[in-house]
Unconditional design. Structure first.
Ligand SMILES: Cc1ncc(COP(=O)(O)O)c(C=O)c1O
Length: 307
């Protein structure tokens, strides 16, 4: 793959990238029984720094515990693994992908004695929603695929198998020439993008949804709610309808990979004036200052690799 680095971390040790292999009969490959995170490390004046590393590793632990997977590494050990990997690869910035999965033992649906294996890879991943998306915004479509209800699968768990739903939405959107798909939930309200949470701006107030809309509780979502509140914006958390989105002054996606990406069009309807709005621009500026270590108030969210 492009952007690969020299080393990855697997089951407690550093290995060469091409040695990060598993058996084809591993449980996770057959049933999607794996849990992962997407984390970013940014270049700062004080060297590379990982944004909200502990919170991501805590969410990884929460995902595994929902599915009763035994975890052989603590949150602290996983954080140390990321630090040692970034150091070994001598990176200034990167995307970080930890994954915990059931390995090789049985093919029964119940993983029983399948071992938990854990791997972490660091690599370079360019703009998730394409070059220019952060400035110009993206065009999205409402997916014919609904987000699965949390009574079927726990939407708060970042489980590999659950992403088949997102794959269908992303494929549908891109085959129609859109940048991303937006999934409605079983009630017909907005859930989230295939890999992002959604925010709406109307009359300088902010609206986003919550767990009862069947979303992944994004760490960027939580970050943006806090930053917007600290900037003095009223942030309303509740159900979001399609009508609210069509009539919004501005809308944007949030996610570790997508960061804060303006939405300029939904199914050929312009959002606001069809350009990045002023609130979106100002929250992007604050977010980028925070992740790059340029705002001392939020420095505790950063793990500096070279302490
Ligand atoms: C389905 C889904 N929703 C929301 C998000 C945003 O989550 P976070 O901000 O923690 O990256 C992601 C990103 O991984 C996602 O895959």
């Amino acid at each position: 793959m492009s952007g690969e680095t020299k080393y990855l971390w697997m089951d407690g040790e550093l290995k060469l990238w091409n040695e990060g292999t598993i058996h084809v009969m591993s449980h996770a490959l057959h049933y999607g029984s794996a849990f992962f995170e997407g984390i970013k490390c940014y270049h700062t004046d004080r060297g590379p720094a990982v944004f909200r590393l502990k919170d991501h590793m805590k969410r990884l632990h929460e995902s595994t515990s929902i599915y009763k997977m035994p975890m052989p590494f603590t949150v602290d050990e996983l954080q140390q693994a990321v630090i040692s990997l970034i150091k070994a690869n001598e990176l200034q910035s990167c995307y970080i992908r930890p994954i915990a999965f059931y390995g090789y033992d049985t093919l029964g649906v119940h993983p029983k004695k399948c071992p938990t294996q854990v791997a972490i890879a660091t690599f370079d991943w360019g703009a998730y929603l394409g070059e220019g998306a952060l400035e110009n915004g993206v065009r999205i479509t409402i997916s014919p695929w609904r987000k699965f209800h949390s009574s079927s699968l726990p939407t708060v768990a970042k489980a590999a198998g659950q992403y088949l739903n997102s794959i269908l939405a992303a494929q549908d959107a891109q085959s129609k020439g859109f940048d991303e798909g937006l999934l409605l939930n079983q009630d017909g309200n907005i859930a989230e993008g295939a890999g992002q949470n959604l925010f709406i701006v109307k009359n300088d107030e902010i609206y986003t949804n919550a767990e009862d809309s069947c979303i992944l509780m994004g760490i960027t979502r939580e970050t943006i709610i806090k930053l917007l509140s600290d900037l003095g914006f009223a942030v309303h958390i509740g159900k979001l309808s399609i009508g609210q989105l069509f009539n919004a002054d501005e809308a944007f996606f949030t996610g570790t990979a997508s960061e804060v990406t303006p939405i300029r069009e939904v199914d050929e309807r312009k959002i606001g004036n069809g350009m990045r709005g002023s609130v979106t621009k100002s929250i992007q500026k604050t977010y980028f200052e925070v992740i790059k270590g340029e705002n001392a108030k939020y420095d505790s969210w950063l793990t500096y690799i070279n302490k």
